[in-house]
Design a protein around this ligand. Structure first.
Ligand code: DC
Length: 239
C-alpha cells in the first residue's frame, strides 16, 4: 500500500517566526516547505498593480480568478508565480503584507487558493505555514503547531531584521502594525487565525530558534514520523 504523505501544519500570527522555523524544520526532515502567506501576497500584488483598494470587495471577489497562482521550487526555495511571472522578490513589503491581510478576509480569495494548498500536501511530505492550515486547509494534518510570541517580541524581531538590512524604521509603528494585523487576521469571519483544538501551542517569546525547531521535530515524531538519520542540525539564534 502506498505510504500516506506526512503533513505538519504551522499557524500563528505575523512575525512569530513561522517561515524561518518551518524552513529549518523542512531542511532537517527532508520535507517541502509551503508558505501559504506568499500566495495571498501574490494575489495582493496583483490587485495593487491593478490599482484596486483593499475595500473594493466586489471587484476583488469577482476578479480574483484573473490572478493565477502556482508555486515552484528552486534549490529547495519556494517561488511564487503570478500569471507566469516569478514575484517572490516583490511580495515582501509591508504594503503587500497589509493588502494580503485585508483581501484574505474575502471568501472567494480563500477559495481560489484552497485546491492549490491541499493538492501540494496530498502527495508529498510538507510543512505548511499560514493562519488556517490546521483548522481549514489540512484539518487531518499529522502534527499541528500554533506558533506565537508576544506582540512586543515579534515587533522587536521585525525591527532588528529591517535595521540589519539598513532599512530605517520605527519600533512603535511596527508594534502598532502587528497589533492591527493580528486583530484583522483573528476577527475575520472566514477562516480566522485561531489555534486548532488538537494543535500544540508553542510560545517562542523566550525560546531560541533551535529550541522551537526541536520542539516541532519532537511533535512530529510523537505523531508517528520516523526521522531521517541526518536529522540533527547546527545551532543558530533569532536573526
Ligand atoms: O504570513 P504572511 O505575513 O506572509 O501572510 C500575509 C497575510 O496573508 C496575513 O496577514 C493573512 C493572510 N494569510 C491568510 O489569511 N491565510 C494564510 N494561510 C496565510 C496568510
Amino acid at each position: 500500500m502506498e505510504k500516506k504523505a506526512f503533513n505538519i501544519a504551522i499557524d500563528g500570527p505575523a512575525g512569530a517566526g513561522k517561515s524561518t522555523i518551518a524552513k529549518m524544520v523542512a531542511k532537517k526532515l527532508g520535507f517541502i516547505y509551503v508558505d501559504t502567506g506568499a500566495m495571498y501576497r501574490a494575489i495582493a500584488l496583483y490587485f495593487l498593480r491593478e490599482g484596486v483598494c483593499p475595500e473594493e470587495q466586489e471587484t476583488i471577489c469577482q476578479e480574483v480568478g484573473k490572478a493565477a497562482i502556482t508555486i515552484r521550487y528552486q534549490d529547495g526555495a519556494q517561488q511564487v508565480i503570478l500569471n507566469g511571472e516569478d514575484v517572490s522578490g516583490q511580495i515582501r513589503t509591508e504594503e503587500v503584507g497589509n493588502m494580503a491581510s485585508a483581501i484574505s478576509a474575502y471568501p472567494p480569495v480563500r477559495a481560489h487558493l484552497l485546491e492549490l494548498q491541499r493538492g501540494l500536501a496530498a502527495s508529498q511530505n510538507v510543512i505548511m505555514d499560514g493562519r488556517d492550515i490546521g483548522t481549514c486547509i489540512l484539518p487531518h494534518a499529522d502534527a499541528k503547531i500554533f506558533l506565537t510570541a508576544s506582540a512586543k517580541v515579534r515587533a522587536l524581531r521585525r525591527y532588528k531584521e529591517l535595521t540589519e538590512k539598513g532599512i530605517t524604521c520605527d519600533l512603535e509603528e511596527i508594534t502598532q502594525d502587528i497589533i492591527e494585523r493580528d486583530a484583522r487576521d483573528m476577527n475575520r469571519e472566514t477562516a480566522p487565525l485561531k489555534q486548532a483544538e488538537d494543535a500544540t501551542l508553542l510560545d517562542s517569546s523566550s525560546m531560541t530558534i533551535d529550541q522551537v525547531v526541536q520542539a516541532i521535530v519532537d511533535e512530529a515524531v510523537a505523531h508517528g514520523l520516523a526521522l531521517p538519520s541526518e536529522a540533527s542540525g547546527e545551532e543558530c539564534g533569532w536573526k
